[in-house]
Each structure stands twice: as C-alpha cells, then as structure tokens.
Design a protein around this ligand. Structure first.
Ligand SMILES: CC(C)(COP(=O)(O)OP(=O)(O)OC[C@H]1O[C@@H](n2cnc3c(N)ncnc32)[C@H](O)[C@@H]1OP(=O)(O)O)[C@@H](O)C(=O)NCCC(=O)NCCS
Length: 255
C-alpha cells in the first residue's frame, strides 16, 4: 500500500499480518528479549519487511539494530525507514546514492484523543485541519497531521542527529493532490549544502489507515538512474516531490 506514495528508486515492503516465527538475528533478538509480545512482533515483522527490501535491492539481509535514539541503523550504502501500527507494518529502503533520506509512518484512520492534538500541533495547523474536516470528513486529519509529523522526524533525524519537536514543523496538506508540505521552523540544519527549510511528502488514507511518506532525492544520482522529477521543473533544495513508483523497484507485499 505505501508504495503508492513513494518514488521510483525506493523499495517498499508492507504487510497486514505478522508471519509466525519471523527470523531475528541474535543481536536483534537481544534488543527485544524481555519485551512484551506486541513489541516483539512489530519489531520482528518490521525487520522482515526491511530484509525483503534489502534482497530486492540486491543486498544480503543483515541485522538492523537501533541507534541511540531508536533510529534503525542500515548497512553501508542503504537508507530507509520502518513503521508499525495495529494491523500494519512497513519498511522502505533505497540506495543512498539515489535517495538521501526516507521517513514513513502509518496510523489508524481514527481521531486522536482530545488532549493530544493541542500537544502536537500549531494553532494554524489546527485551523487548517478544522476546514479540511468539513470538506473531507472521511479522513481523520488530526491523526494524519500526527503521522506526517512523525514522518518528518524520521526523515529529519538521520540527516541531523537532532531532536525535532512537534512545534518545529508547520504542516499543510493538499487534500486533492495527496501531498503535504512541512515547513521546518527549527534553524541550523543543512541538506545538500543548503539550509534545510522543509520537506514535501505524500499521504494516503486507505484500508482504515493513514500513511505518510517523505523521500528526498540524492543530488548524487548515479548515471543510468532516471530523473526523479521532470528536469524542466525547478527543484528547491529541500523538495522531494517525486513521481510515484510504477516499476518493480517499489512493491507492496500484502500478506
Ligand atoms: C520515533 C517516533 C517518530 C516513532 O514513531 P511511532 O509512531 O511511535 O512508531 P512507528 O511504529 O511509526 O515507528 C517506529 C520506528 O521508527 C523508527 N525510529 C525510531 N526512532 C527513530 C529516529 N530517531 N529516527 C528515525 N527513525 C526512528 C524505528 O525503526 C522504529 O521501529 P523499531 O523500533 O521497531 O525499529 C516517535 O516515537 C517519536 O519519538 N516522536 C517524537 C518526535 C516527533 O515525532 N517529532 C515531530 C517533529 S515535527
């Protein structure tokens, strides 16, 4: 499912079930030894998705251990992102010479608890989603906003190794195009040698879920890899408004 909002050059693997007996490497096993069953299953199936993606990228499956802030540490030459929520797990990977950073997130398409929205949004974001609620009531915009912000953080962290608070990004949705703009309000971060001012992402509401994704194209695209957006369009340094993948490079595995 999430492949629909990711560009060519990424490999997306997702599943709506946990395969029994999913394999963990011993060093991964030690991370979740003692964890509750729910945590073990989401961790293991997220790794299963990541390893399927590695194989599709022509790589041997390797352990994916968490870094000090929980970020998945990918083998050299790969980047990616993992998400899991009730009934859904996904991993998206790419070669780092094609894509600079990826963030993905999935959430149930259900309203946030009342006290959560004020804690994770800016006043102008709340105003905008109030309007969207009226015109597009099928989408839980508060939950989608939360998901987009988590995706922003997952794309941001590997670039900066810095915390980003919910008030440090201002997210605007386009309900018809299925895109969002995240303006980064925190200063000091760089991307491709320029100030990092924001990300463009995509979103989807389907099968009881909202999913969001950001993928930033690498400026060091190797010869033979197609342009990720039409060359006549001006590319702002922080943009990643890429065409959705159509070929075998991005696939969804629905178990
Ligand atoms: C890290 C965080 C984004 C994870 O999101 P979540 O909805 O709780 O959980 P998800 O299932 O979608 O994602 C979990 C996966 O995120 C990945 N992850 C965790 N920390 C990460 C980080 N610092 N950077 C990138 N990815 C990270 C991991 O792969 C994790 O799965 P795993 O532990 O099984 O490997 C969230 O817990 C968090 O800390 N949010 C606060 C920061 C934030 O969102 N700021 C908003 C900025 S606008």
């Amino acid at each position: 499912m999430i492949a629909a909002i990711l560009p060519a050059g990424t490999v997306a693997v997702d599943t709506f079930t946990d395969a029994p007996g999913t394999f963990l490497f011993p060093e991964e096993e030690s991370i979740v030894r003692g964890a509750v069953d729910k945590r073990r299953r989401e961790f293991a199936t997220g790794r299963w998705c990541a390893r399927q993606a590695m194989v599709r990228l022509g790589r041997a499956p390797t352990p994916v251990l968490p870094g000090p802030r929980g970020e998945p540490r990918w083998p050299a030459g790969l980047i990616g992102s993992i998400t899991h929520c009730d009934g859904y797990r996904a991993a998206v990977l790419a070669n780092s010479d094609v894509i600079t950073t990826i963030g993905i997130d999935a959430e149930p398409n259900a309203p946030l608890f009342d006290d959560v929205l004020p804690a994770v949004s800016l006043p102008q974001e709340r105003d905008r989603i109030e309007l969207l609620r009226r015109t597009h009531p099928d989408v839980c915009w508060d939950r989608l906003l939360f998901s987009a912000k988590e995706t922003v953080y997952k794309a941001w962290f590997p670039l900066t190794a810095r915390w980003l608070d919910f008030e440090d990004a201002d997210v605007t949705f386009d309900p018809l195009a299925g895109t969002f703009d995240a303006r980064i309000l925190a200063v000091g971060a760089q991307l491709h040698g320029r100030r990092l001012t924001g990300f463009k992402g995509r979103w989807l509401a389907r099968q009881g879920l909202v999913v969001t994704a950001i993928a930033v194209a690498s400026p060091h695209r190797p010869p033979g890899v197609p342009h990720l957006r039409p060359p006549w369009q001006k590319v702002a340094p922080t943009e990643c408004d890429l065409p959705a993948a159509t070929g075998p490079a991005a696939q969804t595995l629905a178990e």
